[in-house]
Design a protein around this ligand. Structure first.
Ligand code: DLL
Length: 433
């Protein structure tokens, strides 16, 4: 039976949701106009005042915010309340230099934790669950967000944070943890270690995993589910908007429900900035609806995905986002071809490899090179050079048909590619352009 944390909101009728969004949007725009001079100036430049925004139908009029704005306004320029009302910051390293620092009032923390509680409940969590939170704690939002959500649901929470893999396994086994929260790459690594220690899926007490913070393929999901004997749920979020729980998967595993009572989602064409119709692939843009300390209107995430309003079998009515294919700034352009690391991962996992690989891109004699290093699994490990060459060729062919590009594939021995306890670093781009 499907469980909900806040059924009246999660399953609200589309009309009710629209009404909630309209009311909150008008207030949020007024809040930003009154308290965030940085954004007010952007609105003034477009000749807008809060009166121009009467409902979500007017959203398109508002200017976008990007990571560059966050950098310009760093650290306090987008703050919507006096500092004395803020109780927390969280931060990410950011891909290009300056950190993103997001601020929270107590109200913001509560709403964020409620979103995480919805995700945990959708994954089957109750006050009887034992929930191990193996996302990093500290400035990263993964640990604190899921920790707060787990408390709200009433689970017994094990705040292991990331790392110290054998200790993670000890707690899972000794305390009979039923829910595991961590990045998918760390879940895969835990699975590998369980196997080495002689535990099969039936020995492991876990029932569900809540994995996110990085792109992962369906193939990787199946692998993790098989090894740990669980159902693996995706969870999405970003520091700028709160953290994990902006969207989460339900039992249908057909996309993540965006918490639309707190965030409005749009898909835009990243080049023309035009809003695209439902079902189109493009860049995800979010407008927060009730954030106090760090309200963001039309924030460009750089994440590429699609949205669907098709009815979901779980009963929730909130719009669903597909798995992000990767960030538009993760996308590699190799010899003019757009390549997402997730496409490479799909080829590798379909051919029986685990997600232990590294992508090395370089430019030699003015030509881009793509080198994929993949670990053999212990079962396929061999020193028979003929067999290795055949396996490499099979992957080169698979990559060519997926990407339309010739890659070099190097098979390496098991355990030679560094494991990640948080977000995996898959790509090394050595090109100096
Ligand atoms: O990664 C928040 C989070 C923590 C989400 C734990 C889920 C679980 P940031 O470090 O600010 O926040 O990174 C945000 O990570 O824009 C996406 O590119 C990527 N991302 C997050 N979740 C997913 C996911 C956290 N489920 C950035 N699938 C986002 C794919 C994801 N990418």
């Amino acid at each position: 039976m499907e469980r909900y944390y806040q059924p009246e909101i999660e399953c609200a009728s589309p009309e009710k949701l629209k009404q909630i969004q309209n009311e909150k949007l008008v207030k949020q725009v007024r809040h930003v106009w009154d308290n965030v001079p940085y954004y007010r100036k952007k609105m003034e430049e477009k000749g807008l005042t809060p009166d121009d925004i009467q409902s979500t139908d007017d959203l398109y009029k508002l200017p976008f915010l990007s990571k560059a704005d966050l950098r310009d306004a760093y650290p306090y320029g987008l703050l919507g309340v006096p500092l004395k009302d803020c109780v927390r910051i969280q931060s990410t390293s950011g891909t290009t230099g300056k950190r993103v620092v997001a601020f929270y009032t107590q109200h913001d923390v509560d709403l964020w934790e409620e979103c995480c509680a919805r995700a945990i409940t959708a994954a089957g969590g109750t006050d009887e669950s034992v929930c191990q939170v193996s996302y990093g704690y500290g400035l990263f939002t993964g640990g604190p967000g899921l920790n707060g959500g787990s408390h709200k649901v009433g689970c017994l929470t094990i705040p292991t944070s990331s790392g110290n893999t054998d200790r993670q396994i000890m707690f899972i086994m000794d305390l009979s943890a039923t829910i595991l929260c961590c990045t998918p790459s760390y879940a895969a690594y835990l699975g590998e270690r369980f196997k080495e220690l002689g535990y099969g899926p039936d020995d492991i007490p876990l029932k569900a995993g809540i994995f996110g913070a990085e792109a992962w393929s369906e193939e990787m999901r199946h692998d993790i589910e098989k090894t740990l004997g669980i159902k693996a749920y995706d969870i999405y979020g970003l520091t700028e908007l709160s953290g994990p729980g902006v969207a989460f998967e339900c039992s249908a595993q057909q996309g993540m429900h965006i918490n639309e009572d707190h965030f409005i989602a749009e898909i835009i064409d990243p080049d023309t900035l035009e809003v695209l119709p439902e079902g189109s692939q493009g860049e995800l843009v979010f407008t927060s609806l009730d954030k106090e300390a760090f309200p963001l209107l039309r924030y460009r995430t750089r994440d590429i995905c699609t949205l669907t309003r098709e009815k979901c079998s779980c009963g929730r009515t909130h719009v669903r986002m597909g798995k992000p294919k990767g960030r538009s700034d993760d996308m590699l352009i190799i010899r003019g071809v757009n390549v997402f690391p997730s496409q490479i991962e799909t080829v590798l996992i379909n051919a029986g490899y685990a997600a232990n690989y590294q992508i090395i891109v370089d430019r030699i004699n003015n030509t881009d090179t793509l080198d994929v290093q993949v670990e053999m699994t212990p079962e396929m490990f061999t020193d028979n050079l003929g067999e290795i060459a055949d396996r490499q060729k099979e992957l080169v062919d698979g990559l060519r048909s997926m990407l339309g590009l010739k890659a070099k594939v190097t098979l390496v021995a098991p355990k030679t590619i560094t494991r990640s306890e948080g977000k995996a670093v898959r790509v090394i781009d050595k090109r100096k352009i």
